[in-house]
Design a protein around this ligand. Structure first.
Ligand code: HEM
Length: 511
């Protein structure tokens, strides 16, 4: 009996001691973060300064709400706020080009880059100089000249889209345009990057699972930022178990595996007749990366499939979303649609005659429509952090210590009423008139972000948007089908902007 008591007593003592140590660690950590951390002088909610669970609550439990909470913090605390124990956020359009510098080194924040399980991709490369090496090898494929050379391929894909739209004229069924655009952008990027299009435009129902895959890939990000060690664990589990635990994760794994298979095939066929991998006479991205001057370890299968995941994922959904948002607002504003149609008719008297990208880009109203569509589709709706590794950044009277992650958000930039009056209104005309204070509006359009980490696919995205919008609207008269603003307006920031979660997406009927 005495021995038992002694045992229970000793265990009790150990438990109590462990609890005291844990409590001191938590309380001590909170006191440090609040009063002694280099960020303690910055304003913001105390709870956010103490723990990352604050962000977890808004982004994971409430599904992508931290972006909006950050907006509210700025209203309360001013243009710079501390949004986590380690991170600051700025809401001042004039600061954008300083933070997203083209010339000064800017690292990415590992907490952000670890969310998609592709640490070796250019997108997820933390170190500025390493990023420059990887980006340098990819840049030539996305130059204006190279993308100009893809015009024929993109036009043929748009033509395929139009054939599919025609089919719906006969059936009288609504067209799921969000999915249709996603098929278009995916077929273009898979053809260009790997020489083999995934042919989603041929799918009778426009491959809804593919759209779900990208949504799920982006959607797991908020959770995985907090538990990145789960990626290898999940990869080791049987698929059936993953499907039960998190069906979205299984879609992500399938996506990664199919890219891996295709890259492996390209690597095995290296050295074969180059005709296999030319698109419109130009080499495709992954074939050429393998032939590039990159050191051998940069050409490993493990790294290249991760690059593939980013190129295909980034190339598909962002552009499809911009196309959908633009299409919705055109159909919701018949006067603006009519003005666009009249302008297009000057360049394309015959709706079925081919049109040149160079000529489309000269049309002022068409260009204004694209800018306004990009403004209201945001690109990435999450904040994008940058770190100045060795430099003290100045923001007004504040000095930001080197190594601090600082973010800004396109959603807040694009809804700033001093730059974009009536920010919620689709107003292409704002791009044609002198802006408030004569500020060049393009400076504040940050869907592609700016600086050394700016989107590499700008020219491709713009080419797809010009050709698709011009061709579809010159040829077809459409109307919205059971679609309202709530089907396109941002409601959840799941890295990519999402409307209400039960939305069926943009659907249209042919008139
Ligand atoms: C409207 C369409 C698009 C928008 C709004 C957009 C937006 C963005 C943004 C905001 C980033 C920076 C993300 C960050 O800082 O973490 C980015 C990066 C990137 N985008 Fe796009 N994107 C679009 C289309 C494309 C296309 C068509 C491609 C084709 C491959 C592409 C490929 C990439 C890649 C590879 C990166 C990583 C670049 C790097 O880290 O150096 N994007 N994009």
């Amino acid at each position: 009996m005495a021995a038992l008591w002694e045992l229970v007593g000793r265990d009790y003592l150990f438990t109590a001691l462990a609890a005291v140590i844990l409590l001191s660690y938590v309380v001590g950590g909170a006191i440090y973060r609040l009063y002694f951390s280099p960020l303690s002088k910055f304003p913001g909610p105390k709870l956010a300064a103490v723990t990352l669970w604050y962000e977890f609550y808004y982004d994971v439990i409430k599904k992508g709400q931290y972006t909006f909470e950050i907006g509210r913090m700025h209203e309360k605390y001013g243009p710079i706020v501390r949004i986590s124990p380690y991170e600051l956020h700025v809401n001042d359009p004039e600061y954008y080009e300083e933070l997203y510098s083209r010339s000064s080194p800017r690292d990415k924040y590992p907490y952000y880059t670890r969310q998609f399980g592709n640490p070796e991709s250019t997108f997820s490369t933390v170190d500025h100089h390493h990023h420059r090496l990887r980006r340098g090898a990819m840049n030539p494929f996305f130059s204006k000249r190279r993308i100009g050379g893809l015009e024929e391929m993109i036009s043929s894909m748009v033509e395929k889209l139009c054939i599919r739209i025609e089919e719906f004229r006969k059936s009288g069924q609504p067209i799921p345009m969000r999915l249709a655009y996603m098929c278009l952008t995916t077929d273009v990027i898979t053809k260009y990057s790997m020489a083999r299009s995934w042919d989603h435009l041929e799918s009778p129902d426009f491959s809804p699972t593919w759209c779900e895959t990208i949504k799920a890939t982006a959607g797991v990000g908020h959770f995985m930022k907090h538990f990145p060690w789960l990626f290898p664990v999940i990869r080791a589990l049987p698929d059936r178990l993953v499907a039960v635990l998190n069906p979205g994760m299984l879609l992500l794994l399938d996506f990664q595996r199919s890219i891996e298979r295709q890259i492996k095939e390209i690597m095995n066929r290296k050295g074969e007749d180059e005709q296999h991998y030319l698109v419109d006479g130009q080499p495709t991205i992954f074939h050429e990366l393998l032939n590039s001057d990159l050191p051998p370890w940069e050409k490993s299968l493990e790294r290249l499939w991760q690059e593939g995941q980013v190129v295909v994922g980034a190339g598909a959904d962002t552009t499809a979303n911009a196309l959908s948002v633009t299409t919705f607002h055109l159909l919701d504003n018949p006067d603006k649609l009519q003005r666009l149609k009249s302008e297009l008719a000057t360049l394309m008297p015959d709706p079925y005659s081919p049109v040149k990208l160079r000529e489309l880009a000269q049309l002022p109203y068409m260009s204004a429509i694209l800018s306004e569509g990009l403004r209201l589709s945001y690109g990435v709706s999450s904040r994008l952090q940058r770190i100045a590794p060795a430099e003290e950044l100045k923001f007004h009277d504040w000095t930001i210590p080197p190594g601090t992650p600082v973010g800004m958000t396109s959603v807040l930039m694009h809804h700033n009423p001093s730059i974009f009056p009536n920010p919620d209104t689709f107003l292409p005309e704002r791009w044609l008139e002198p802006a408030p204070d004569n500020r060049p509006l393009d400076r504040y359009l940050v869907s592609f972000t700016k600086g050394s980490r700016q989107c590499i696919g700008i020219n491709l995205a713009r080419a797809e948007m010009y050709l698709a919008i011009a061709t579809v609207f010159r040829r077809f008269d459409m109307q919205l089908f059971e679609t309202t603003r709530s089907d396109v307006d941002l409601k959840h920031d799941l890295f990519l902007p999402q409307p209400r979660l039960d939305s069926k997406g943009l659907r249209v009927l042919l008139k």
